[in-house]
Design a protein around this ligand. Structure first.
Ligand code: DQA
Length: 157
């Protein structure tokens, strides 16, 4: 093990889906009071610490999210995605993720397993390397740390 600073290992796409632009105002009991802007800054700070870059995008539109996943095929080494309600409904996002060649970590602020039954079904989980739910905004930190771990793994093997 070396204590040398980490090299830049590439860009991670952080995708947030519908209604997450309302974080901070929307159902704080469920989602906390941290805003999307604060979560994106947390991702940038975490990525910096891990020697990664991040590109952040939020959209309320399924097709915009699909296009972003397609674009990410060209230039990213991993994807952190909170697809919000589309998690539970979108075969289009599942298919786009299935064609994405690098690891995907699925994040939910709330513990979706402790809520309504329909939130327990996730199309995204079928292709996710890991799923983090219920850790609030810290879930994004855990997701980036896990991607960094996966990116390091071949070197450590
Ligand atoms: C969510 C959980 C989803 O069920 C919900 O539709 C959201 C947010 C979460 O982060 O806990 O919009 O993905």
């Amino acid at each position: 093990m070396s204590n040398a600073p980490l090299d830049r290992r590439g860009t991670v796409l952080v995708l947030n889906g519908p209604n997450l632009d309302l974080l901070g105002e929307r159902d704080p009991e469920q989602y906390g009071t941290t805003t999307l802007g604060e979560i994106e800054q947390l991702c940038r700070d975490t990525a910096e610490r891990l020697g990664l870059e991040v590109r952040c995008l939020q959209s309320n539109h399924e097709g915009v999210l699909v296009d972003a996943i397609h674009d990410a095929r060209r230039d990213t080494v991993g994807l952190v995605g909170n697809f919000a309600a589309y998690t539970h409904t979108s075969v289009a996002i599942l298919d786009a993720l299935a064609a994405y060649p690098a690891p995907v970590v699925e994040v939910h602020l709330s513990n979706v397993h402790a809520r309504e039954e329909f939130r327990r079904q996730s199309y995204v989980s079928r292709v996710a390397a890991a799923v983090i739910a219920g850790a609030g905004a810290h879930g994004y930190v855990l997701a980036l740390e896990h991607l960094a771990f996966l990116l390091d793994a071949p070197r450590e093997a």
